[in-house]
Design a protein around this ligand. Structure first.
Ligand SMILES: C[S@@+](CC[C@H](N)C(=O)[O-])C[C@H]1O[C@@H](n2cnc3c(N)ncnc32)[C@H](O)[C@@H]1O
Length: 344
């Protein structure tokens, strides 16, 4: 039975849910902006840390996030996670939890778990399992939770927006228990194909390919790294994690696959992109590329048509990367003693 959450908290202090007790609470000063939003060109955005996340947080975007959750569940054949999580009372943290749909399912699955979700937006439902708590916060600020507290940290569809990745890995490392796991589930945001069906020619232009090129440029201009997931393995190793594993899935776009399950996955992805085009282009194309509203609208009309072109066998790589904090502290930095080149 789900219980209603109390008011969504911001950076809570002084409780026994894994938060440090000596943290000066900023709850009161933040409370006034927590439940507010900002608006731009008819779209609604988060107000706390205004401008940090470039996509909307309105109902349309929330439905899209939930649709993408259903899509990933199909793609991964029902698996919510890949790391070998301990089943007895795990402490779980979901960074950039969004609507909290993944965490709520984890709370239902692991009834003895303590589950915390953090997001810039207060968009989580009021009725959640009793072991699930949501906090409005910026995951790039110093974390207020206790060190060595979590068994498992989960990040999905959020890594591209992290500006200082080494800092995030450092904080995650510090707040995981020894032998705890971190897991990332992220798209590598660039279209791929097993045949030559996604080539764009003047006679048969593939405007979705152009969209993704412009999107990458725009996101880069805003400080986001849409293909950063490809560097995760080496970055996690540099941060001191071990037992690093990766699984790569091909997530079809559109209803071209013959396999019924993959056709459903492709339908979910196509619909979630069609529903999200205005939000995906809105801030990034105007703030990142300097495009005007009309220019964006004309271009998106072409992109919509190309997304419905059944001759394109597009997929997006979806990568699951997980890694473990070692039991003992490992010396990751090699110290090199000075060698004299002086022969005398
Ligand atoms: C695409 S949504 C993914 C939501 C969820 N992880 C899922 O897979 O359903 C990305 C989420 O990350 C959140 N986010 C981005 N940057 C953040 C930050 N610095 N601190 C907290 N949340 C952040 C956004 O507010 C948004 O809800």
């Amino acid at each position: 039975m789900h219980q209603p959450t109390d008011e969504i908290e911001a950076r809570p202090a002084d409780n026994d849910d894994g938060y440090e007790s000596d943290t000066e609470s900023t709850t009161t000063s933040l409370a006034s902006i927590l439940n507010k939003h900002t608006y731009e060109r008819g779209l609604r955005y988060h107000a706390f840390q205004d401008g940090k996340y470039p996509f909307p947080n309105d109902e349309n975007e929330q439905n899209r996030d939930d649709m993408k959750h259903a899509m990933i569940m199909e793609l991964c054949e029902g698996k919510l996670y890949y790391a070998p999580i301990r089943e007895e009372a795990p402490t779980i943290l979901d960074l950039g939890t969004g609507t909290g749909i993944w965490l709520i399912e984890m709370g239902d699955k692991f009834q003895s778990a303590i589950c915390q979700g953090v997001d810039l937006s207060p968009i989580q439902p009021p009725w959640v399992p009793p072991n699930v708590q949501f906090v409005v916060d910026d995951i790039e600020l110093p974390w207020t939770q206790k060190p060595d507290y979590f068994d498992y940290i989960h990040v999905r569809h959020t890594l591209p927006f992290v500006k200082d990745r080494p800092k995030l890995f450092e904080q995650a490392f510090q707040h995981l228990k020894p032998e705890g796991w971190i897991e990332f589930q992220e798209f590598e945001f660039f279209p791929a194909s097993e045949d030559d069906s996604i080539t764009s020619t003047p006679e048969h232009p593939y405007h979705f390919l152009d969209f993704m090129k412009f999107h990458k440029q725009a996101m880069t201009a805003l400080g986001a790294d849409v293909t950063g997931v490809t560097k995760l393995q080496s970055e996690l190793a540099a941060a001191g994690f071990t037992n690093i594993k990766e699984e790569v899935f091909k997530c079809p776009l559109g209803i071209w696959p013959k396999d019924k399950r993959l056709r459903l996955v492709g339908l979910y992805l196509r619909e979630s992109i069609l529903d999200g085009l205005v939000g995906m282009a809105g801030r990034p194309f105007s703030a990142g590329l300097g495009w005007g509203k009309e220019e964006i609208e004309v271009f998106l009309a072409k992109v919509r048509t190309s997304l419905k072109d059944g001759s394109r066998h597009t997929y997006l790589p979806f990568r699951v990367v997980y890694a473990q904090k070692p039991k003992e502290k490992v010396q990751t930095k090699v110290s090199v003693s000075a060698v004299s080149l002086d022969n005398n």
